[in-house]
Design a protein around this ligand. Structure first.
Ligand SMILES: [Zn+2]
Ligand SMILES: [Zn+2]
Ligand SMILES: [Zn+2]
Length: 434
């Protein structure tokens, strides 16, 4: 298959950024620039039974693989379609039982290797960028990252050697580094993690903290829509990271995971930083070193909490949130993003514990400042309205629920497109209230 390209966009060399994507025609807010089927993808283990492994459709009553009883499908067609990938894991999951534990990166990489073997020529996901052209940034990996890659390679050999022929060790080292820099996580409308995938053409886009497009998913297809006007000749930018945080934090994250520093308008002007780190209006304002110490505490607690999530009980986690909110609240305003971060975590724990009132009260505190800190048409804001709306409806607060869901729809009509099945579902939820 020869390169056919995509109408309205082209690959180009972006000054200072290497390759990138630019528009060759005008796009208005909400327009679809392009869509890209996953080159390879994998459903996350915790979403099994809720989603079809092959097409990611979410519904009840999926039928399971008779052999491993772990993979679920819409029907025989989906099961047949998935077999070339599922067979990499089906018998291994039976053989290893409880001890079957490859990371999601390993699972995805195994599928990439299988796909490369099955289809060596350019795929429909690679109209502008090939998987083998992915950046690896091998020389920039720190020790921790290199060790993780080596552990992943070992796990790949351990769990997948029966059905796969691997590239040599050097080839695998490059491949894992490529997957780490270019992999996507597929999320649902509430931003819950559904799986991991590679979308080569989507990976061509460079990053900006004021992105002009957003990536959403329809099953296993990524869709890229304009969230700002884009004129012919302009570069197309997506965001690689959560845009809630101040400039310094964003760039630390970008350097850590993607090995560059951002020079977008927001990173240069830092126009939102002050509001994002807002202090309380106290009669005696805190000393600069007190603020510095609190910032350090905030960044540490975020990291501590991230680690604690894997080992502590929900009530221990909730206590951790409450304590940190108390402590930071002495200096930080409720709209401060570090406060919002911990409130968001607390809301997540409450939802997990089915403490709907607790979740609702955190959500109510989060939503307004979220809308202020995030750019217009933000998935984070839409998903917060959605969670809040669904909570309200569950708590019989009908009109508040409908109002919140409608706000989510307004954003999602731009980010997901008016005909997305998520929007149809939300409209049905509203209809059922009437
Ligand atoms: Zn299916
Ligand atoms: Zn199976
Ligand atoms: Zn930036």
């Amino acid at each position: 298959m020869k390169t056919e390209g995509i109408d309205g966009i082209e690959r180009f060399t972006s000054p200072g950024k290497g390759r990138g994507l630019r528009a060759t025609k005008h796009f208005k807010v909400g327009d679809l620039l392009f869509s890209c089927p996953a080159y390879a993808y994998v459903l996350t283990v915790s979403e099994r039974a809720a989603h079809c492994e092959f097409c990611f459709t979410r519904k009840e009553g999926l039928s399971k693989c008779g052999k491993c009883k772990k993979a679920f499908y819409c029907n025989v067609d989906c099961q047949k379609g998935d077999w070339c990938m599922h067979k990499l894991e089906c018998s291994a999951m039976c053989a290893y039982g409880e001890n079957w534990s490859p990371s999601e990166t390993v699972r995805l990489t195994a599928r990439i290797i299988a796909k490369q073997k099955m289809q060596p020529e350019r795929s429909a996901s690679e109209k502008l960028l090939l998987v083998r052209e992915f950046e690896a940034h091998l020389n920039e990996l720190d020790n921790e990252r290199s060790e993780m890659n080596q552990a992943d390679i070992a796990a790949l050999h351990h769990f997948y050697s029966k059905h796969l022929e691997f590239p040599d060790h050097a080839g695998l080292t490059v491949l894992f580094a490529q997957v780490n820099c270019n992999g996507f996580t597929i999320e649902d409308e509430e931003l819950s993690h559904l799986g991991s995938a590679v979308f080569p053409d989507v990976a061509l886009m460079n990053h900006s903290c004021c992105p002009n497009v957003i990536v959403t998913y329809k099953g296993i297809v990524a869709e890229v829509r304009a969230v700002q006007e884009i004129n012919p000749g302009e570069e197309v930018f997506t965001s690689y990271i959560d845009l809630l945080y101040p400039t310094e934090d964003r760039n630390e994250r970008l350097r850590d995971s993607y090995f560059f520093t951002c020079d977008c308008k927001e990173c240069t002007t830092k126009s939102k930083d002050k509001a994002k780190m807002k202090l309380r209006d106290l009669s005696e304002p805190p000393k600069p070193e007190e603020v510095r110490d609190m910032l350090r505490y905030a960044r540490n607690i975020i990291e501590d909490f991230r680690r604690a999530k894997h080992c502590k009980t929900p009530s221990e986690l909730l206590e951790m949130c409450e304590l940190s909110l108390d402590k930071m609240g002495a200096i930080f305003e409720d709209t401060n993003v570090y406060m919002l971060h911990m409130m968001y975590q607390a809301m997540g724990v409450c939802l997990y514990m089915e403490d709907w009132d607790g979740a609702m009260s955190y959500g109510e505190k989060i939503i307004k400042p979220y809308s202020m800190h995030y750019p217009a048409h933000s998935l984070n804001v839409a998903s917060m309205y959605l969670k809040l709306g669904r909570l309200y409806l569950g708590l019989e607060k009908k009109s508040m629920g409908i109002k919140a869901l409608k706000k989510a729809i307004v954003i999602m009509e731009v980010t997901h497109g008016k005909d997305h099945h998520y929007i149809a579902e939300i409209k049905r939820e509203i209809q059922q209230q009437k």
